[in-house]
Write a protein that binds this ligand. Sequence first.
Ligand SMILES: *[C@@H]1O[C@H](CO)[C@@H](O)[C@H](O)[C@H]1NC(C)=O
Ligand SMILES: *[C@@H]1O[C@H](CO)[C@@H](O)[C@H](O)[C@H]1NC(C)=O
Ligand SMILES: *[C@@H]1O[C@H](CO)[C@@H](O)[C@H](O)[C@H]1NC(C)=O
Length: 346
Amino acid sequence: MVYIASVISTLAVLGQVQAVRYLGRVNPATKELTWPGTGVAFTFTGTKATISLGTVSGTSSYSLWVDGKEPTIITNVASRTISTSGLPQGKHKIVLRKRSETNFGTVTISNITTDGTFEPDDVPKRKIEIIGDSISVGYGLDGKNPCTDTAIVQNNPKTYGALTADALGADYDMVAWSGKGVTRNYASGSPDPSPIMPQLYTRYGANDAENSYTFPPAATPDVVVINLGTNDFSYLNVRPALNATAFTNAFLKFAREVESHYPKAEFFLMTSPMLNDDYPSRADAQKTTHKNALQSVIKQLNSTKAHLVDWPAQGSDVGCDYHPNAATHAIGAKLLTDAIRETMKW
Ligand SMILES: *[C@@H]1O[C@H](CO)[C@@H](O)[C@H](O)[C@H]1NC(C)=O
Ligand SMILES: *[C@@H]1O[C@H](CO)[C@@H](O)[C@H](O)[C@H]1NC(C)=O
Ligand SMILES: *[C@@H]1O[C@H](CO)[C@@H](O)[C@H](O)[C@H]1NC(C)=O
């Protein structure tokens, strides 16, 4: 159960930065939770812990796990405290992760306190990095189309990426932002000149400057998953159809850039459940064209360590704005989990 902290009598302020583990890409200079899935994990012996937030901007939603039980969903962070209390005296593990994406809002972590003592946290040995768009964010996942995507209906912990990492006992970080592409962003009514994913990828926090990410060795993933292209393909009534050659070249360039930071990682490139061969026209065959582009990248990237995960087109049961719902994410998770397990022997 979750209570809003009132007065805490015996405070043990977290002295050692190492005792609390930031999850995902969290810039230590700001401790701002931006990317979906970012958060904190820590273990303590006591009955109560409080996470105090510094600044709260916009609206964002969080999942809070206590001892691995069903998470509490937190949508109101205006009080600037996230607290667990009334736990039986003993050792407890707390995990807080962001469910929603950067543009809805962010918070900064100010400090974490307990009435007991902090303990070393278990750190998973396996690490997965997921790079993607709204599909990887969990855009509209908890909604039923037609609906409006909000910070509440986004559900990053139920995305294919988070489910896969959980199934494999891996830590994960998500570099994901709705509407983003490799060559161009989603085709909206007015052109979207904002950065594309290869630019955003270089940021520490999602709102930080480009090239601010330092690629800390401790965060080096064993597995990189890239799920991009859905937005590049969108064009109807807005702009010319995608040039598949240009897309392939740009994807290869980006994947090589990621590979240069993680030379030992295995790469898993995913097709999109939102693309199919009939829409917007048979002639486009978007699903097949995307898959062919990824296969071409895999060959050129280094076929010994890059793999295709073909996620079939979703059915008619969808989340907000035709995004994959929880059931479709579960299908993607199974395919990705099996592929990673086979390659990594995890
Ligand atoms: C923790 O952070 C909050 C919010 O910034 C602040 O009000 C509080 O004094 C801090 N507590 C401690 C013990 O440092
Ligand atoms: C597609 O892109 C390739 C590579 O950039 C370019 O050589 C080609 O001219 C483009 N095709 C069209 C029809 O624009
Ligand atoms: C491909 O990956 C393997 C295994 O990591 C490595 O030994 C080889 O040098 C790589 N080849 C290229 C062309 O990068």
